[in-house]
Ligand binder design. Structure first.
Ligand code: DX5
Ligand code: ZN
Length: 218
């Protein structure tokens, strides 16, 4: 699978989201949108109305990462609105299979995310239901945190499970992904890379995306 880069707008200027989205258009594969609810994580960002507004302003496919309680209730709405990929957290879902199927039925790619303390093995049986597995490489909630090296073996393990399954499941990493860490993530088997601070903290976000892609492709 080709390397894909998904800049996270969590590190962008929330007052100028359309402009910030435009800065990576045509260069980034995805625009990563972090939805947080003050419950699943100790931070609050944005919800469906802002995603709907973003969908109107950018042609970059939207990769929604739902860090919210009760994703079973809310996730299908993001897919119905037009997000191309919707990821729910395994720790928050009470009916993950039903919700992943609802996301697909609404026309989006289904994603399942696991926190640093959540092992990947219990989710092997769910691989046929998901288009992307997200291994968090920080505790979710905030941008700009340090990459957790201790997650590298889990990325390797996830890659092994996906290869054994044999279907097309992308392996995304999110948190602390930068020029200093992306190569190790790629070596461990990740193929979709979320980067917030490393892209929107750079003077030239588009160039940052190109540099990250080049490093991951090596
Ligand atoms: C954190 C979010 C990430 C965040 C990553 O909970 O899920 O998407 O924006 O930001 P960086 O790349 O700065 O760690
Ligand atoms: Zn995220």
């Amino acid at each position: 699978m080709a390397v894909q880069i998904s800049p996270s707008i969590l590190s962008a200027d929330f007052a100028r989201l359309a402009d910030e989205a435009a800065r990576v258009e045509g260069v980034a594969d995805w625009l990563h949108v972090d939805v947080m609810d003050y419950h699943f994580v100790p931070n609050l960002t944005l919800g469906l109305p802002v995603v709907e507004a973003l969908l109107k302003t950018t042609s970059t496919p939207i990769d929604c990462h739902l860090m919210i309680d009760d994703p079973d209730r809310w996730a299908p709405g993001y897919a119905e609105a037009g997000a191309a990929s919707v990821t729910i957290h395994a720790e928050a879902a009470k009916a993950a299979v039903r919700t992943l199927r609802a996301i697909r039925a609404a026309g989006a790619r289904s994603g399942l995310a696991i926190n640093p303390a959540t092992p990947v093995d219990p989710y092997e049986d769910l691989l046929p239901e998901i288009d992307m597995l997200l291994v968090m490489t920080v505790e979710p909630g905030f941008g700009g945190q340090g990459f957790l090296d201790i997650m590298l073996p889990k990325i390797t393990k996830a890659r092994g499970l996906i290869d054994k399954y044999g279907g097309e499941v992308w392996l995304q990493v999110d948190g602390g992904v930068s020029a200093a860490t992306i190569e190790r993530c790629a070596e461990a088997g990740a193929d979709v890379f979320v980067a917030g601070n490393a892209v929107y903290g750079a003077d030239d976000p588009a160039q940052a995306v190109r540099s990250l892609r080049a490093l991951a492709q090596q």
